[in-house]
Design a binder for this molecule. Structure first.
Ligand SMILES: Cc1cc2nc3c(=O)[nH]c(=O)nc-3n(C[C@H](O)[C@H](O)[C@H](O)COP(=O)(O)O)c2cc1C
Length: 184
């Protein structure tokens, strides 16, 4: 069986809900980066042992949160030893605005994965962009690089749209299926 880890930071719970949906779809272990930018005990070892690492961060000022960046910088230890080479990687983010520069966040996660010598998995999903499209459709936000969710700035995590969470769940499923194929 392949091992998928979802490592994420969430300041106010929105990205955490997304992470839970991705993990549900992937059958993955969740690893939360805390408010100080640190992993729980055993976190690094779990990442070293993973076949696929799915990274999640809220979009803050057009990029990842500082807590996620602290984790990324600390991952240079694994980079030095090329410990994460040839793992699968994928990413997801949530922001308040429909665009909100979420793609910059995913690009950052992609670059981190490439620095580690990983292989990137996108959503593989068609966008919902016809006249009949509804905001709550799967992949209404329309991302191929990684899963995206959009939650209004005054909406709590419990108010996240089921369509965005379903997008995250299906994305997790795709990463898990890719990990099985990648292991051979
Ligand atoms: C410091 C900060 C910067 C933010 N920057 C952006 C941004 O660049 N684009 C955007 O659409 N939303 C932005 N937001 C809104 C967050 O992306 C949004 O509230 C998100 O749901 C937070 O996720 P979290 O609950 O997992 O922390 C920002 C919020 C904060 C607190």
């Amino acid at each position: 069986m392949s091992k998928v880890i979802v490592v994420y930071h969430s300041g106010y719970g929105h990205t955490q809900r997304m992470a839970q949906s991705v993990a549900e779809g992937a059958g993955a272990q969740l690893l939360a980066i805390d408010a100080d930018g640190n992993l729980p005990e055993g976190g690094w070892e779990a990442l070293d042992a993973a076949d696929a690492i799915v990274m999640g961060s809220p979009t803050y000022m057009g990029s990842v949160s500082w807590q996620f960046k602290k984790f990324a910088d600390a991952s240079s230890k694994a980079w030095f030893a090329q410990q994460w080479k040839d793992k699968l990687f994928a990413g997801f983010t949530n922001s308040a605005t429909m665009n909100g520069d979420k793609l910059s966040t995913l690009h950052y996660l992609f670059t981190l994965a490439m620095q580690h010598g990983g292989v990137w998995v996108g959503t593989g999903m068609m966008p919902s962009n016809s006249k009949a499209a509804q905001r709550n459709d799967v992949n209404f936000v329309g991302s191929s690089s990684g899963a995206m969710a959009q939650t209004p700035s005054d909406a709590g995590a419990h108010e996240m749209l089921s369509g965005d969470l379903e997008t995250a769940r299906l994305f997790g499923q795709r990463v898990a299926a890719a990990a099985v194929r990648w292991r051979g």
